[in-house]
Design a protein around this ligand. Structure first.
Ligand code: M6R
Length: 604
C-alpha cells in the first residue's frame, strides 16, 4: 500500500515521477505528492490526475521523489499527503509502511519542542531524521531507522544534495532501476518498465545511496553489499488500457493469453504430466508429502480453496487452506512431511509474507504461487511457480485469480502423477488444458449479454452466491468481486450451507447467483435453486452449454462452455468477474480504483 517512486539522472524529473505514480496508483489513491529540489513540493488529495497540472510549470530538477497514498495514519488530507519534511524543510521523505512506535517517538520529539503539522507516522520519521547530528543524510537516516519499529520502503533527499537519494527498506518492497546515467526507485518493478529492465532489489535492512551514476548499497550496520543486477520481464504497453474502457475489463479479456502463458512450456503431452522448473529440485520431497498448507488473502485465498479441491481430488494429497492473516498469529500443527504454499499475485501482501516467514522459522518447506517476478514472497520461499499473468493493474483481481487456479491444476497433475493419476488421465487433463483458451474466448463473448443482466440487478441492495465442491470457492470469490467493485452487499456460500441460516435473508428483493455446471453435484444445486425459489428469490444461474433444463428453471441464465471438471472453475470465474464489472459500471463507479482499497496490501 502506498506507492513510492524516485528518480535521479539527466532528464526533467517531474514527468518521470508522475508517470511512475500513474503506474503505482493501484497501491493507493487517497492523495499524491512529489518533491523536486527546484520545484519544491506539490501535493493533491485524490488521484494522481490532480497533480498533472504541475507539469505545466517549469522545473529543471533532474531528481525527485513521489508518493501515492493509501491512508493508514490520518485522513486523506493535504496535510497528511507525502512527501513529508523535517523541521527545517531541508529533508524530504516518501514512505510506504507503518512506523509502529511513531506515537512514542512523536511524544519524545514533542517534549524536545518539535511541532507537527500532520497526523502521519511518516512526518515523525522525517522529523526524527532531521534531529540527528550526522555528517550525511545517509548517516542520519540510518541512525533514525535504528529507533524505528515497523515497516518501511523509504526514499529521502536533502535540498543541499539534490543529486542524491537515500533509499531504505524493511518489510515494504523497493526496487532500484538502473538506466544510462540515471537511476530510478520504485515500489513495483512494473513502474520501471518504460525506462529500464535492469534492476537491483533492495533487501530488508539495506540502505542505498543512489546518484545518477552510482548506487551504493550497504546494510543498516554499514556492511557493503555487492549486488548483481537482474532483468525484469514485461512490456510498458501492458500498463495501458489498450482500447478497453477499464483495466479490469482488459484484464478479464486477457484470460486466454493468461492461461496460455501459465501452461506454456510446462505440458508434457506424451507423458501425461507437467514440468514445473521452479519446484523441480523438490520433486522427491513432494512425493513424500503427507499434507500441504496453503496460505493467502482475499482472492488468492479463494484460489487456494479451489486448489485444495483439485489437489485432494486429483493428487490425493490432504490440503488445508488458511487465511494468511490467521495463520501468522495462531498455533499451527504441521504433522508429518508437510509444506506451506503461499499464493499471491503481488508477492508483497504483508500477511502472506509473514505466514511464509513463520513457516520458514519453524523449519517448514515454503513454496509460492506468485505473479510478480522478484517479489518478496517469490524471493523468500524455498521454491515456487510463477503464474506469468503479466501486470494486473485493476485493484480487483481477475486474470491473476484464473492463473492461480491454472497453476493449481498443473500442480495437481504433477503431484497426481506421482501418486494416483494414471498416464491416461494425465493426458486427458493436458488435452483439456490445451483446449481451455478457446473455451475462455467463447465465454468472453458473453460480456454484452452479461452486461444486460447486470443492469437488471445493479440497483438491488444484496446478492448471494452459491456453489458446491469445486464451485463453492467460486461463490465466495463472486461475492468478493461484486462487493469490491460495486459496493453491493454480497455473500458467498457453499450450496449445502444455505439452509443452516443464511436462507433466512432471502426474499423477492434478494437475488441469488447459482453456479450450476453439469457435474456430480448438479442435482444438489437444482435442489438449492428450488429452495430459494420457494422464498421468491430471483435466480441467476451460471450453467453449462447443452443444459436445456436450467434456462426453463431460473430467471436469468448464463451458459458457458463445458470443459473438464478440473478446469470448469476457471471458465465459471469469468461470468462472475464480468457480472461484477458490469454492475460496477452500471452504477457509475470507478471499477479500477474502488474506494477504500489498494491492490497490494503491504500493511498489517
Ligand atoms: O497480491 P495478493 O494476491 O497477495 O493479494 C491478495 C488480496 O489482497 C487480493 O486478492 C484482493 O482480495 C483483491 N483485491 C481481490 O480482488
Amino acid at each position: 500500500m502506498c506507492g513510492i517512486f524516485g528518480y535521479v539522472g539527466n532528464k526533467p524529473a517531474r514527468k518521470i515521477l508522475i508517470d511512475g505514480l500513474r503506474t503505482l496508483e493501484y497501491r493507493g489513491y487517497d492523495s499524491a505528492g512529489i518533491f523536486t529540489p527546484r520545484g519544491g513540493v506539490i501535493q493533491a488529495v485524490g488521484p494522481i490526475a490532480a497533480l498533472e497540472e504541475c507539469l505545466l510549470v517549469d522545473d529543471s530538477s533532474v531528481a525527485g521523489i513521489a508518493h501515492t497514498r493509501w491512508a493508514t495514519h490520518g485522513a486523506p488530507t493535504l496535510a497528511n499527503a507525502h512527501p513529508h519534511h523535517d523541521a527545517t524543510e531541508s529533508i524530504w521523505i516518501v514512505h510506504n509502511g507503518i512506523i509502529e512506535n511513531y506515537q512514542e517517538l512523536k511524544e519524545e520529539l514533542a517534549a524536545d519542542g518539535v511541532t507537527f503539522y500532520s497526523d502521519t507516522d511518516t512526518e515523525v520519521l522525517a522529523k526524527l531524521i532531521g534531529r540527528q547530528r550526522a555528517d550525511t543524510l545517509q548517516a542520519a537516516v540510518v541512525v533514525a531507522l535504528a529507533r524505528v519499529r515497523g515497516t518501511y520502503g523509504l526514499v529521502a533527499m536533502h535540498v543541499d544534495r539534490p543529486d542524491e537519494l537515500i533509499v531504505a527498506r524493511m518489510g515494504s518492497p523497493i526496487v532500484l532501476g538502473v538506466g544510462s546515467g540515471e537511476h530510478f526507485v520504485s515500489s513495483d518493478p512494473a513502474a520501471l518498465l518504460p525506462h529500464t529492465k535492469t534492476v537491483l532489489y533492495l533487501e530488508d535492512g539495506e540502505v542505498a545511496v543512489v546518484s545518477a551514476s552510482a548506487c551504493n548499497i550497504s546494510t543498516l550496520d554499514g556492511v557493503h553489499r555487492q549486488k548483481a543486477t537482474e532483468t525484469i520481464v514485461g512490456e510498458a504497453a501492458q500498463l495501458q488500457k489498450q482500447g478497453f474502457a477499464h483495466f479490469m475489463l482488459k484484464e478479464i479479456h486477457e484470460a486466454p493469453e493468461v492461461i496460455e502463458n501459465a501452461i506454456r512450456g510446462r505440458l508434457m503431452a506424451e507423458e501425461g504430466t507437467v514440468k514445473l522448473g521452479g519446484i523441480e529440485p523438490y520433486l522427491e520431497v513432494f512425493s513424500k508429502l503427507d499434507r500441504l498448507t496453503i496460505v493467502g488473502c482475499g482472492s488468492a485465498y479463494y484460489a487456494g480453496l479451489v486448489g485444495k479441491y483439485l489437489l485432494e481430488e486429483y493428487a490425493g494429497l490432504p490440503v488445508e487452506v488458511e487465511l494468511a492473516s490467521e495463520y501468522r498469529y495462531k498455533r499451527n500443527y504441521h504433522l508429518g512431511n508437510t509444506a506451506v504454499l503461499a499464493v499471491s499475485q503481488s508477492g508483497e501482501t504483508a500477511d502472506t509474507l509473514a505466514a511464509v516467514r513463520k513457516a520458514k522459522a519453524a523449519g517448514i518447506l515454503t513454496l509460492g504461487i506468485v505473479n510478480v517476478v522478484g517479489s518478496s514472497v517469490a524471493r523468500e520461499t524455498d521454491a515456487g511457480i510463477y503464474t506469468h499473468a503479466g501486470p494486473e493493474v485493476a485493484v480487483a483481481s481477475t486474470k491473476a485469480f484464473l492463473s492461480q487456479i491454472t497453476v493449481f491444476a498443473l500442480l495437481a497433475i504433477l503431484l497426481g502423477r506421482q501418486r494416483q493419476l494414471s498416464a491416461e488421465n494425465g493426458k486427458e487433463l493436458i488435452q483439456a488444458l490445451t483446449e481451455l483458451p478457446q473455451s475462455i474466448q467463447k465465454t468472453l463473448a458473453l460480456s454484452s449479454y452479461i452486461a444486460e443482466i447486470a443492469k437488471k440487478y445493479a440497483h438491488t441492495r444484496n446478492m448471494m452466491f452459491i456453489g458446491r465442491t469445486f464451485h463453492a470457492p467460486l461463490a465466495y470469490e463472486g461475492a468478493l468481486k461484486l462487493k469490491e467493485v460495486s459496493y453491493l452487499h454480497a455473500e458467498g456460500y457453499a450450496g449445502g450451507e444455505l439452509k443452516h441460516g443464511s436462507i433466512a435473508m432471502l426474499d423477492a428483493e434478494f437475488p441469488i447467483v447459482t453456479l450450476v455446471p453439469q457435474d456430480a453435484v448438479y442435482e444438489k444445486m437444482l435442489a438449492n435453486i428450488s429452495e430459494v425459489q420457494a422464498r421468491s428469490a430471483p435466480v441467476i444461474a451460471i450453467g453449462t452449454e447443452g443444459d436445456t433444463l436450467l434456462p426453463k428453471t431460473v430467471d436469468d441464465v448464463i451458459l458457458v462452455p463445458k470443459v473438464h471438471e478440473m478446469l470448469q472453475p476457471i471458465i465459471s470465474a469469468i461470468p462472475l468477474q464480468l457480472l461484477a464489472y458490469h454492475v460496477g459500471v452500471a452504477k457509475g463507479l470507478n471499477v479500477d480504483r474502488p474506494r477504500n482499497l489498494a491492490k497490494s496490501v503491504t500493511v498489517e
